[in-house]
Design a protein around this ligand. Structure first.
Ligand code: ADP
Length: 227
């Protein structure tokens, strides 16, 4: 089953002489539970694509279907709800809220969505992430690897259909980088969530089910790495 269909997606920033075509007629589908890496040089359009997939920005043209819903057909309120419930976003620099504790950062999406915290689910996630003894810490009391684990917890707490990660290991040393990738792959298999990771690191690409290479806003290659 395709959980995600991207059809003729284009994004132009700016107008006239200064217009930049960041994405140019991109079409592909992703199956539920697939782990896809999107690789490409800096400026090739990877972040633009990820933001469009996450409903954070709107395309200039083209469509994105998630489970057959055209997400850009939704109004702003519906799109915000879609984002909160269906998408888990992980960033290179974690984007944690500095004045909130680890537990508060992880459960924030539930709070924003007016949902109660399920203690058992929270405990499962926190245990898998090895954060049990850090729940009352603030982000600046944690290592980079720990902060990224908190942001993975925040992305997972709503049990979204799709996890989108933008250079999730870009700020980490190789040991922490490996640990974060192992966690993302473990959650991808355990919860059968679709995982899309942006990187320019070939070692991360080698771990995916499929690698899509982007160059100048277009798909240059789309390869199945493992079946
Ligand atoms: P990548 O993530 O592969 O580095 P981006 O998606 O960030 O690439 O950028 C693709 C192109 O779009 C680049 O030329 C970049 O300068 C341009 N771009 C990205 N965001 C904006 C923006 N908000 N306004 C204008 N140009 C942008």
């Amino acid at each position: 089953m395709n959980s995600l269909q991207i059809k003729n997606l284009s994004k132009v920033y700016g107008k006239g002489d200064t217009a930049v075509k960041a994405l140019d007629d991109v079409t592909f589908s992703v199956e539920k539970g697939e782990f896809v890496v999107i690789i490409g040089p800096s400026g090739s359009g990877k972040s633009t694509l990820l933001h469009l997939l996450g409903g954070v920005d709107r395309p200039s043209s083209g469509k994105i279907f998630v489970d057959n819903t055209d997400i850009y057909d939704l109004d702003e309120t519906q799109l915000a709800i879609f984002r909160r419930r269906q998408i888990g976003l992980i960033y290179q620099f974690y984007n944690l809220i500095p004045i909130l504790t680890v537990q508060e950062n992880i459960t924030l999406p539930l709070l924003l969505d007016g949902q109660k915290v399920d203690d058992k689910q929270l405990n499962n996630i926190v245990t898998s992430l090895g954060l049990n003894d850090r729940l009352d810490h603030l982000p600046n009391q944690l290592s980079g690897g720990q902060q990224q684990r908190v942001s993975i917890g925040r992305a997972l707490i709503n049990n979204p259909a799709i996890i989108l990660a933008d250079e999730p290991t870009g700020n980490l040393d190789s040991k922490n980088s490996n640990e974060i990738m192992e966690l993302l792959k473990m959650f991808n298999k355990t919860y059968n969530q679709t995982l899309i990771v942006i990187t320019h690191d070939e070692r991360i690409a080698a771990q995916a089910d499929r690698v899509i290479s982007i160059e100048d806003g277009r798909i240059a290659k789309d390869e199945v790495v493992r079946l």
